[in-house]
Design a protein around this ligand. Structure first.
Ligand code: PLP
Length: 449
């Protein structure tokens, strides 16, 4: 142990605020850090500093579907470290990134055979937006500069992703830095029509017609791309209405607009298929991915593009760099090695099939809480679900925060945003664990009131 860690007290340091934490109410955390200090993790459980063993209901931040401390991942990391721990990916290459790109392309929808690596979802999104701009410009349509996002969308925190994103709190402080020319579709959530729906709602496909309205407003010749999460994850599992994504695809195709599916959460099995694109049978032009590809162990993200997009870039002088974009750690050898072993495990353990089998179990368990007076809605798709609480009289988010605190004591690590609790349990969860997760939540809600 280093000198620093030998005498280190995490609570004292957390209270000082030296570590300024992301997307955190820092002062609330500093006031009582012990329950929220994770000390170890194994399989589907974390251990907190207070000694509670808590079930990981969101697979970390949607990123650890294989659970924690998988021995094969540890081995792969060590082996790769000894063989090739870093290699630049600018003008050089290595077999790990090459073969992982091939493997991802093989899993992607047909005709999407080219993968560009980044290191996070945010970087993947910004890469996708740049690909879209570059593609149109090379084709002589540089006037296609507009991007269309969607209300309640989350596309990370880069300037591009923030601009196409649709979450007020992530936008208002940085309004001066928004990308120009961005507009938004309405989101598809309306509890009047879809509260307590199991799976895809039947109401709401016509919300895709918003895109036609924006085309009428701006003219298609100014629009580069539309970006949506097939299932809106971060704002609480908003499931696409039947036919909605299909209609977006049709309108994009009709007007030469690129369709980007942000599959940072839905990619690699969460929907019981390699990508949500296959689950919903809609092929976008660009897919972004991150998170599950490395089980959250080494950061990695990326985009997958169609042959048409890739080939459009592959023009000009042989020695010219076709896309002046990339990251020092793009295609990092350690991430690539972990990506391979993650896909090996998903294949050998049949985890996409397992997700399909667990989907109705999670659905039933979640919807068994219907009728709880404090619950406003329950929704689900794939191995995801959300339980939306009615706001307490004391104000929005108060009940959610209390449920989070109490759940930790009762063995659940919850992801609560405001009054919405989102679930994305590990693919390795057992049926029993999913049932217990929801029945414990029911007890927690009851005890909090
Ligand atoms: C759909 C989507 N896109 C992008 C991101 C940003 O990913 P990261 O936090 O790795 O930058 C997220 C993160 O949750 C996401 O859910």
């Amino acid at each position: 142990m280093s000198k620093m860690t030998a005498n280190f007290d995490p609570v004292v340091t957390a209270e000082k605020g030296t570590y300024w934490q992301p997307f955190t109410a820092n002062r609330a955390l500093r006031a009582n850090p012990a329950p929220r200090t994770m000390v170890s993790a194994k399989g589907a459980y974390y251990q907190t500093l207070e000694g509670h063993k808590v079930f990981d209901t969101l697979s970390g931040l949607w990123c650890t579907p294989l659970g924690h401390a998988h021995p094969l991942i540890g081995e792969a990391l060590q082996k790769q470290f000894e063989k090739l721990d870093f290699a630049p990916s600018f003008q050089l290459t290595h077999s790990g990134a090459l073969s992982l790109a091939q493997r991802i392309a093989d899993m992607a929808p047909e005709g999407m055979n080219h993968v560009f690596f980044a290191n996070s979802g945010s970087e993947a999104v910004d890469t996708a937006l740049k690909v879209a701009l570059g593609y149109h410009r090379i084709k002589g349509a540089g006037n296609r500069f507009r991007m269309i996002g969607r209300e309640r969308g989350y596309h990370g925190v880069g300037f591009g992703g923030m601009s196409v994103g649709g979450i007020l709190s992530n936008r208002k402080m940085f309004a001066a830095g928004m990308m120009p020319g961005v507009d938004h579709l309405r989101h598809t959530y309306d509890p009047k029509h879809m509260a307590f729906t199991r799976g895809q709602p039947t109401w709401g496909a016509d919300r895709a017609e918003d895109l036609e309205r924006l085309v009428t407003l701006h003219d298609a010749s100014t629009i580069a791309a539309v970006i949506v999460e097939p299932v809106q994850g971060s704002t609480g599992v908003i499931v696409p209405p039947v036919g909605y994504l299909q209609r977006l695809r049709e309108i994009c195709t009709q007007h030469g607009i690129l369709l980007i599916f942000d599959e940072v959460i839905t990619g690699f099995g969460r929907m019981g298929a390699p990508f949500a694109s296959q689950r919903f049978d809609v092929k976008p032009d660009i897919i972004t991915f991150a998170k599950a590809i490395t089980n959250g162990i080494v950061p990695m993200g990326g985009v997958i593009v169609t042959d048409e997009i890739y080939n459009t870039f592959m023009t000009g002088p042989q020695n010219a760099i076709e896309f002046c974009h990339g990251y020092t750690y793009s295609g990092h050898p350690l991430a690539a090695a972990v990506g391979h072993v993650v896909l090996d495990i998903m294949e050998s353990e049949g985890l996409f099939e397992r997700v399909k089998a667990l989907e109705p179990v999670l659905e039933d368990a979640a919807h068994s809480l219907k009728g709880t007076p404090q619950i406003a809605d329950i929704r689900n798709i794939g191995l995801t679900a959300a339980v939306e609480l009615k706001p307490a009289e004391a104000g929005a988010g108060v009940r959610g925060a209390a449920v989070f605190e109490e759940a930790l004591k009762q063995g659940l690590l919850l992801r609560v945003t405001g009054d919405i609790i989102s679930f994305g349990p590990p693919f390795i969860s057992t049926e029993e664990e999913l049932k217990t997760m929801m029945s414990t939540l029911g007890k927690v809600i009851e005890s909090v009131g």
